[in-house]
Design a protein around this ligand. Structure first.
Ligand code: ATP
Ligand code: MG
Length: 148
């Protein structure tokens, strides 16, 4: 199932993330794509909060570390692929170990390593700027049970 949503504000993007996070069952992998400032990290903040992360103020782009881990109802791994230069580097950070039935993997800048996700049934979220405060959020391949 695909959803195509227009977010009118930063808060609405977080709210959309919240709804997604609350419906996660574990085992999901998200490829989150979109240019600088399109709202990837804010959406992930919402997803982490919705999945029960206690302090979503901790959710920031993992600038110095490539992976942030948040303890929530499920273990959440937030990978920033921005600085990765090859799919080999992506594999080396331990991607396979992050993918478990009781975890959720959120990959920011996933377009940089998309070929490494071959064979994985991932949910793709593509964000784009419409106006200063509006973003288009296209969510593709969501699990059957997910409603937005
Ligand atoms: N509707 C909206 N949804 C999300 N962010 C919005 C929206 N309108 C304005 N913004 C602003 O756009 C910026 C989005 O920042 P954010 O860090 O989430 O983007 P990003 O895609 O993760 O960027 P980067 O590529 O640098 O990691 C924030 O300053 C936010 O306040
Ligand atoms: Mg970001």
């Amino acid at each position: 199932m695909d959803f195509d949503i227009v977010s009118e504000s930063t808060d609405q993007t977080i709210e959309i993330g919240n709804k997604i996070g609350a419906q996660l069952k574990g085992g999901e992998v998200f490829a989150i794509i979109g240019p600088l400032g399109s709202g990837k990290t804010h959406l992930i903040k919402g997803i982490a909060a919705g999945a029960g992360a206690k302090d979503s103020t901790q959710v920031n782009s993992p600038t110095f570390v490539i992976v942030n881990e948040y303890a929530a109802r499920l273990d959440i791994y937030h990978i920033d692929a921005y600085r990765l230069n090859s799919t080999e580097e992506f594999d080396k950070i331990g991607f396979d170990d992050f993918c478990r039935p009781d975890s959720v993997v959120l990959i920011e800048w996933a377009d940089k390593i998309i070929s490494a996700l071959k064979g994985i049934n991932f949910i793709q979220i593509s964000l784009s700027h419409l106006t200063e405060n509006q973003r288009n959020i296209l969510i593709q391949n969501t699990p059957e049970h997910m409603v937005l």
